[in-house]
Design a protein. Sequence first.
Length: 127
Amino acid sequence: MRSTPFLLVFLFTAVACGAPAAGVRDISADDLLAGPPEGAVILDVRTPQEFAAGHVPGAVNIPHDQLASRLGEIGAAKDAPVVVYCESGGRASVAASVLQGAGYRDIRHLAGDMRAWRADGLPQEMP
């Protein structure tokens, strides 16, 4: 397969650059603050240390590298909206792929992730 190396480079670049997984829609910080989608779970996939330093109000913290083994903690039906974010997008993209693979159908990515949220001076919770 001559295209395999190209495909691997493309996928690695997409994840490293924070490109959202296919079928994942962005949600703006303004829309999320105005009112999350009904029944939504806001999922912060950063480390517990990053989460403790400040996170989107109401977010649940499950690090991206633990998500596959902790899906039961999301507490949402597979057709409920899950809004996922990290610091800059790369880990959120990985998490969105894990969620899709587990059958979640309404995955949204917080546009700009926590970096933009903080830069815009939006409210944060601290545990």
